[in-house]
Write a protein that binds this ligand. Sequence first.
Ligand code: FES
Length: 197
Amino acid sequence: MSADGADLRRRRFLTGAVTVVGGVGAAFAAWPFASAWQPSERARAIGAPIEVDISKLEPGRLLTDKWQGKPVWIMRRTEDVLTQLPGLDGELRDPKSEEDQQPSYATNEYRSIKPEVLVLVGLCTHLGCSPTYLKAGDPQLGAEWKGGFFCPCHGSRFDLAGRVFAGVPAPTNLVVPPHKYLSDTRILIGEDSGGAA
Ligand code: FES
């Protein structure tokens, strides 16, 4: 190889290197502008806590929101539901919530801060499908079904505290996210007295 040929190759390499570094610099330069344009979108993307108004949530109804890109369910349970939950313990895999699937303040019979208000991440603990809420006696699960969540992907079932039934593919109860009450009608999801998740 001639000395001229080596010089030419070296010049081409250096030109390419400068172009790549310039491209990276432009990408970094663009980021602050993009983040300044859409602060709320950015907050959602990084999983900031969300505030949910439950003032219009009637007994027996479920509302869905989104936190960290995941569905979050909030349900106001009826007195009947609260009464029947302990009677299901014998059919469940982890009736006392011994697995680490909830904060300590939700490690109780109802898996919630207030007995009537259930807060769950709406993703099946098997492979992550989003289950469907089926009312008591829904024809898909028969007259014995007392209401809860059914995952159509592989047939996992959960009661109205998000506790998994024995004998289905899902290994654990549904997750209770960190949350706290800002008032009687507003819940902050993604943060509790210990800070943001
Ligand atoms: S993902 Fe729900 S049962 Fe498999």
